[in-house]
Design a protein around this ligand. Structure first.
Ligand code: NIG
Ligand code: FE
Length: 423
């Protein structure tokens, strides 16, 4: 028997499709012409995927007499794709509000890291936390992200470092992937910092010889699913050669490369990302011109993190240059104990003001291009027939309010919908 359709979103003032011709990303100025429909309706099928989208009168005619489990009147409102957060560190214990005070008083990120604070502080506390504690805090954080409009989020491990502790984090991420409504792309980031008492070379050996084979085994058993591999490529952390070695091993076992580079010092990480066929390199405050050109040619996306540059008072990543050169620019919140921000609308706002992106560029970067960075833009990141039914509905007559407004988005974002269900 015909079950009818899952959801009808009716009479939206605007529906921001983002892309409309099956594009997997928007670059080379394409975001300037974001596809937007006026007076639109949208249908999600019983399978949770978009079945139809178009002018309200056309959809009404086409589906008259058909049944829907749920209907939402969107008069005066806007529908946008669910936001995609391409870079987060959401599993940890040990917040670092005390370090925020130190940074405000002038300490740099690396001063604190080298004094045993920073990532290593969080590693110690995360090591002591139980899987249940880590899951509860992750769940709370993912709920905050969802209510700010994020429906697909990359989640890194990386506060374990030792194999057991990394696996504990990945199990927590796996449980969230199975139990929570938000979409998750899981990243193994065992090379986030060099563990105490080891050199970077020893840590890289351990990762390649012990961590990655274990992940492969657990993946084969269906115990945990990991999508991406990450390394913090930085002076005093992992140099370019160790980074290359770890990422290549990850790639050989089928992981997508998506790593931290060129943040505090120029490392030629962008060039390495292009060489290795990385999906994405994040940060890039210190990227070279050659690195930008190489990324554009290779289709390696740049995940820019406006919260980090803001928090640490770094120089801004050169988003304009990247956009003008044809790099696929994506955005992430970088949620972590250093940059405590759940909100992609705030991230887009900062990207526009501080990195001089336009609002359409920022929205493309937080939807289709962020999905591309995670290898998911064939199913996520735009309102197109056949894609997953992930949306936000905002209570404003122009979609730009989502970026224009600085904070307090809970009033503005009226519905968050994943696979056609209000969450
Ligand atoms: O992307 N730079 C490395 N990793 C994180 C920070 C992690 C932390 O400080 O705990 C980042 O900003
Ligand atoms: Fe990060």
């Amino acid at each position: 028997m015909e079950r009818g359709h899952r959801l009808l979103l009716e009479n939206a003032r605007q529906a921001v499709l983002v892309s409309a011709r099956g594009e997997r990303f928007l670059a080379r100025g394409a975001a300037r012409g974001l596809a937007v429909l006026q007076d639109a309706s949208l249908v999600v099928g019983a399978d949770g995927f978009i079945k139809a989208i178009g002018p309200a009168d056309v959809i009404q005619k086409e589906f008259s007499g058909e049944t829907f489990e749920e209907r939402i009147d969107c008069s005066g409102k806007c529908i946008l794709p669910g936001l995609v957060d391409a870079h987060t560190h959401p599993v940890w214990a040990g917040e670092r509000v005390h370090e925020f005070a130190m940074k405000l008083a002038g300490a740099s990120y690396m001063d604190i890291h080298q004094a045993g604070g920073g990532i290593n502080f969080t590693v110690e506390r995360t090591g002591q936390a139980s899987e249940e504690e880590l899951f509860c805090s992750l769940q709370q954080r993912l709920r905050c992200m969802l209510s700010a409009g994020t429906t697909l989020v990359e989640c890194k491990s990386g506060y374990g470092l030792a194999l057991d502790a990394e696996l504990k984090m990945l199990h927590v991420i796996e449980r969230a992937r199975r139990e929570l409504p938000v979409g998750i792309s899981a990243t193994y980031c065992g090379a986030h910092s060099v563990p105490r008492g080891k050199t970077a070379l020893e840590a890289a050996d351990d990762i390649v010889n012990n961590h990655l084979p274990k992940l492969k085994e657990l993946g084969r058993n269906g115990e945990i699913h990991v999508d991406n591999i990450d390394v913090f490529c930085e002076e005093g952390v992992f140099d370019l050669d160790s980074t290359r070695r770890i990422l290549q091993s990850g790639r050989e076992m089928g992981l997508q490369i998506n790593f931290h580079g060129d943040e505090l010092h120029p490392m030629k990480a962008a060039e390495l990302g292009a060489e290795l066929g990385a999906r994405a390199v994040s940060h890039l405050e210190e990227v070279s011109d050659e690195g930008i050109a190489a990324m554009a040619t290779a289709g390696c996306s740049a995940v820019l993190l406006p919260t980090t540059a803001y928090m640490l008072r770094l120089k801004q990543p050169r988003a304009r240059r990247m956009l003008d050169e044809g790099v696929i620019v994506a955005l992430g919140s970088d949620f972590n104990p250093n940059a405590y921000c759940f909100s992609m609308p705030v991230v887009m706002h900062l990207a526009c003001v501080n990195m001089r992106m336009s609002m359409p560029e920022a929205l493309a970067a937080a939807t289709i291009n962020a999905a591309y960075a995670l290898g998911k833009s064939h199913t996520h990141g735009s309102l197109e027939v056949g894609k997953q039914g992930d949306f936000i509905i905002i209570n404003a007559s122009r979609w730009e309010h989502l970026i224009y407004q600085f904070g307090g988005h809970h009033e503005l974002i009226e519905y968050v919908i994943v696979k056609g269900k209000v969450v």
